[in-house]
Design a protein around this ligand. Structure first.
Ligand SMILES: Cc1cc2nc3c(=O)[nH]c(=O)nc-3n(C[C@H](O)[C@H](O)[C@H](O)COP(=O)(O)OP(=O)(O)OC[C@H]3O[C@@H](n4cnc5c(N)ncnc54)[C@H](O)[C@@H]3O)c2cc1C
Length: 456
């Protein structure tokens, strides 16, 4: 059976095979590898997805589902060629305020879903820094987190129900858009974090949350990174539940300042903290945060001025792009540490940086213990490439050794498969991997879904 002929017969012009049409799909934001797919199919409906998975299964053709292509781990690179299934045309959104949910098709961006909810006085809390491009299906498949994670958690905390298509083309509905339902073991969780290896998420019903009455943003500047780490720990420990609790080290701050032209003060470390809630309570919380920052040797400024808040948010949101504009080669870590060990982690990360001597601007959702050290190197210098790879491994192993994890939100993809084995070994759980592979075999016996990713 000729797969292209079959696809064109069923899906016509939605199938792209000309080199100029498919070139944009050869890699993702990780840029770790380039591979031209056999064909790209632009899916406009669940039915289109179902047809693709039926034909792919019949012809044993690999399928890589793709949303915005912002994966930082090579998860959406079509490493084995095959069909690249672009779900971005499926971008419908329906808000149901009465029942407290939003339905989003796979290709709707996270930012658009949030904007739609805001029209009704609600919002969608998960907020990856890439939210203008990251799509709902992929954010679920990666269990994405983001800037508001300190209070509102990650994608998995917001799912009520999913529609998925599995290899062979069967469409499954998992659960209902209700705040409670019980069908036995929770198969929604199976697809969360599955990185497109089990099936395609076509629709999601997600919880929405009332917009807080007020948000106050606090900027904290420190003479030492460790002091900033201590302040973050104390803020969490004090019982305040900040919406956002972000950390930027001096290298990160310098890069954003140079790239953005924004007026950002010289500092060894910066934290950005949001508190939200009822009007009467928010300033009290903000003052508590300000006090904690001061107690830990920092200088704090709190503001509820929308323009000032926007400016600070832009600093944090634009940081990764600024780093990649500054350095040709960047390996971004996504390590997580127990919040109680954050200060020690920052100290150890600094030692690794000094040992190898490569730049490593570090920022992240520190309120969740999630740090993004960015190892920067010259890809044309083999010695630097080697050093960068060693550093990457050493930072990940540090997190594992300290009881943390190698990935908080970016996932495993192509780049962290071997490190995943190390983490599983550290908790004596290689059996987890065996079980997950067996589940994969049941759902995808021919191994067509995103082959080469996630499972070592
Ligand atoms: C500048 C920048 C900032 C970022 N900030 C954050 C952040 O703050 N928090 C965070 O968590 N991540 C962040 N990321 C990583 C990335 O944006 C997220 O993982 C995001 O969820 C990926 O969305 P996407 O649509 O671009 O996915 P893609 O790259 O297109 O796909 C990612 C994975 O999901 C699979 N997939 C795609 N669609 C589906 C579907 N419908 N069903 C099943 N599987 C599917 C793909 O096969 C692939 O394995 C950032 C990336 C960049 C470039």
């Amino acid at each position: 059976m000729d797969v292209i002929k079959e696809l064109k017969g069923e899906l016509g012009e939605k199938v792209l095979t000309e080199p100029e049409d498919i070139y944009a799909y050869v890699t993702d934001a990780s840029n770790v590898l380039r591979q031209v797919p056999l064909a790209v199919v632009r899916a406009y409906s669940t039915e289109d997805v179902s047809k693709v998975l039926r034909i792919a299964n019949e012809t044993s053709t690999p399928v890589v589902v793709r949303g915005g292509g912002t994966s930082l781990t090579g998860a959406s690179v079509p490493v084995k060629g095959g069909i690249l299934l672009d779900v971005t045309p499926m971008d419908g959104i329906e808000v149901n305020v009465d029942d407290g949910w939003v339905m989003a098709e796979a290709g709707a961006t996270v930012a658009k879903v949030d904007q739609e909810c805001r029209k009704y006085g609600y919002f969608f809390p998960p907020d990856p820094a890439s939210s203008r491009y990251a799509t709902i299906g992929a954010a679920l498949a990666e269990n994405a987190g983001g800037l508001r994670g300190a209070k509102y958690g990650v994608m998995k905390n917001w799912v009520l129900s999913l529609e998925v298509v599995i290899p062979g083309g069967e469409v499954l509905r998992i659960g209902k858009p209700l705040y409670k339902w019980r069908w036995g073991p929770d198969l929604i969780s199976l697809f969360i974090g599955s990185e497109g290896t089990l099936g395609v998420i076509t629709k999601a019903w997600l919880r929405i949350y009332p917009l807080p009455e007020k948000v106050v943003r606090i900027l904290g500047l420190f003479n030492s990174l460790e002091d900033a780490g201590r302040a973050i720990f104390e803020i969490r420990r004090s019982g305040i539940l900040p919406t956002m609790l972000e950390l930027l080290d001096d290298e990160s701050v310098n890069i954003v300042r140079e790239q953005s032209g924004l007026d950002i003060p010289e500092t060894e470390a910066m934290i950005i903290v949001d508190v939200d809630g009822p009007k009467e309570a928010v300033w009290r919380l903000a003052n508590q945060v300000t006090e904690i920052i001061g107690r830990n040797g920092g200088k704090a400024e709190a503001s509820d001025d929308p323009e000032e808040m926007k400016r600070l948010y832009a600093v944090r949101q634009g940081i990764y792009a600024a780093v990649t504009r500054t350095y040709k080669g960047v390996l971004i870590e996504d390590v997580v540490f127990p919040v109680s060990k954050l200060v020690e982690a920052l100290r150890e990360i600094k030692k690794i940086k000094e040992k190898y001597g490569l730049p490593m601007p570090t920022f992240g959702h520190a309120g969740d213990g999630n740090l993004h050290p960015n190892i920067c190197y010259d890809p044309d210098d083999p010695e630097q490439v080697k050093k960068a790879e060693e550093m990457f491994r050493e930072v990940a192993l540090l997190a594992i050794r300290m009881g943390g994890s190698l990935s908080g939100e970016h996932g495993i993809g192509l780049t962290k498969k071997e490190l995943l084995v190390e983490e599983l070994k550290s908790v004596n759980s290689l059996g987890y991997l065996k079980l997950v592979k067996e589940i994969k075999r049941v759902l995808d016996p021919k191994g067509i879904m995103n082959p080469g990713k996630l499972y070592p």
